[in-house]
Design a protein. Structure first.
Length: 421
């Protein structure tokens, strides 16, 4: 098979007919597969059912977890997340089941109370930096609060720091979203150099925040998790302790619907956050916090638990990578994809202008993928090239079927594009 990019019209037309025949046969199989969301599969959720056997409600200090109190979380939970995030437990707040909700609350607090500076709402032209491709729901939060979303290209070692360093000179720029370990959707990890440069930023906005969402910090697919440099240590070293707010949750350690989330921040920012949350809630679900502490114990135990997750999901990632390599061989550089060492996604890049068509072809044949463009501010990928693949939820055989169809769709969309169809 020749390189599509060097084929003439007649050859491309013949290839289109060949691909269409395969596509129609696949379509006739009546597939019904969903690879659109980064969800754990039922076997992964089963790993944590032991949580529900825990009936303890007395915390280590003797307090009753069933009652009100401890807005910032029970001490043993703050300690556990302090160990995970690599920060002083006194600067950790343990929340409810969703870290995204904590992020939303923080952006709301910045808008209303300012988190140590002028409330962001008072700046009509407020902006937020969004490394792209990135996590759609981050972008949605800042869009919801009226920020202009400014795209920054993501590289294999993190956001393009040359661009970030320039953009933060603008006082309207109030923060940046970061997924430092196994980023959503590329699966990239920030280099030490990127972390140091972020920590050394001198933004014009006095209350600029680095929203450091370490959602996948322990979700490794290799022998051990990647050790992304600790942003808090780096910020302390550069004298910018109040710059970062760190987030994580157990959504993909235990249960996405019933896990525990946490945040951490410098002492002043932490005090402001606690003050801003005070009118909202008396205390989060401390019984669940206690269950999680007793079940997960410490970081070493969490890593053992994640090893069991890995055994379930790694074969799916491996199958997807193998079938992409097989299905997109011998047709020239019409697509490339990332090779994540952890996390929940990988990114597939089609020829520019082909991602939407590829996703539509898959959908028509019964395979639902994340909408093309979802990983970009306002849902628009200017190049129309990125497709986020999420292989964890479907069964292995389904991942295989879906990937085979996807390869045909990528090829067909490329040929149509080259034909100018
Ligand atoms: C980067 C990232 N952050 C946060 C979340 C959601 O986390 P939570 O369930 O704790 O709200 C996700 C879920 O896909 C994610 O990919």
């Amino acid at each position: 098979m020749a390189d599509y990019l060097s084929m003439g019209k007649a050859e491309l037309e013949a290839e289109r007919q060949r691909l269409l025949a395969i596509y129609e046969t696949k379509k006739a199989e009546g597939l019904k597969l969903d690879m659109s969301r980064g969800k754990p599969c039922p076997e992964q959720l089963d790993l944590s059912m032991g949580l529900l056997d825990i009936k303890e409600y007395k915390t280590e200090s003797g307090a009753d977890a069933r009652n009100y109190g401890f807005l910032e979380g029970i001490p043993e939970a703050r300690r556990l997340f302090g160990e995970l995030l690599g920060v002083d437990p006194a600067q950790v707040l343990v929340g409810g089941n969703s870290s995204l909700q904590l992020m939303y609350d923080i952006i709301a607090a910045g808008c209303k109370d300012g988190l140590g500076g002028t409330p962001w709402n008072e700046d009509e032209h407020r902006k937020f930096l969004c490394p792209v491709p990135g996590y759609d729901r981050h972008f949605r939060v800042t869009e919801h609060f009226g920020f202009d979303l400014i795209s920054v290209p993501m590289r294999e070692d993190g956001p393009d720091m040359e661009i970030v360093e320039q953009l933060v000179k603008d006082p309207h720029v109030k923060g940046i979203w970061c997924v430092p370990t196994y980023s959503n959707p590329d699966g990239y990890c920030y280099s030490d150099e990127t972390v140091r440069r972020l920590a050394a930023l001198e933004p014009a906005a006095d209350n600029f925040k680095i929203m450091w969402d370490n959602a996948y910090m322990v979700h490794y697919l290799e022998d051990a998790p990647e050790q992304t440099m600790n942003i808090m240590d780096a910020c302390i070293a550069s004298g910018h302790e109040e710059l970062p707010i760190l987030f994580c949750s157990t959504s993909k350690i235990t249960f996405p619907g019933a896990g525990v989330s946490a945040l951490a921040a410098g002492p002043k920012t932490f005090a402001q956050i606690s003050k801003s949350l005070f009118p909202m809630i008396i205390s989060f679900d401390k019984m669940n916090q206690l269950r999680h502490v007793l079940f997960l114990k410490d970081k070493a135990h969490i890593l053992l638990h994640m090893e069991r997750h890995k055994q379930i999901i790694k074969p799916k990632f491996d199958a997807m990578r193998r079938l992409l390599a097989e299905g997109l061989a011998d047709c020239g550089p019409i697509a490339h994809w990332t090779d994540p060492k952890g996390g929940y996604f990988l990114s597939l890049y089609t020829l520019p202008g082909c991602a939407k068509r590829t996703v539509a072809l898959c959908k028509e044949a019964g395979v639902v993928l994340t909408g093309a463009g979802a990983a970009y501010p306002y849902g628009v990928d200017p190049e129309d090239t990125n497709i986020r693949l999420a292989p964890t939820f479907p069964q292995l055989g389904e991942v295989e079927e879906a990937t085979k169809l996807l390869c045909i769709a990528v090829r067909l969309a490329a040929v149509e594009h080259l034909l100018g169809a």
